[in-house]
Design a protein around this ligand. Structure first.
Ligand code: FES
Length: 107
């Protein structure tokens, strides 16, 4: 596993309570800013590919904007069942730069 981090945004680019979509290692990653913390997950919903960065955020749970599957930003697990999950990526802050791990956190 690589522990390489890729700079993706400035802290000020991601308003609290929102998310942006970035590309890391050929993958589309959603980076969320929630209560002063940052979370990075696969942007593509495993149901039918909905864009999770455009979903609703409640606490550290994101709800897909297409059909409302919900995932925890902390570990990528579904909140309503165990039949799907999304990859999560470590986030590192260096000054005002937000960096995301190139490879997902092992489950
Ligand atoms: S595409 Fe996300 S819930 Fe259907």
């Amino acid at each position: 596993m690589s522990d390489e981090f890729v700079p993706v945004a400035k802290i000020g680019d991601i308003a609290p309570g929102s998310a942006v979509t970035v590309a890391v290692g050929g993958r589309e990653i959603a980076v969320f800013h929630v209560d002063g913390a940052f979370y990075a997950v696969d942007n593509t919903c495993p149901h039918q590919g909905g864009p999770l960065a455009e979903g609703w955020i409640e606490g550290t749970t994101v709800t897909c904007p297409w059909h409302a599957w919900c995932f925890k930003l902390t570990d990528g697990k579904m909140t309503l069942g165990e039949f799907a999950e999304i990859d999560v990526f470590a986030v590192r802050l260096d000054g005002d730069t937000v960096s995301v791990a190139r490879t997902p956190t092992p489950a």
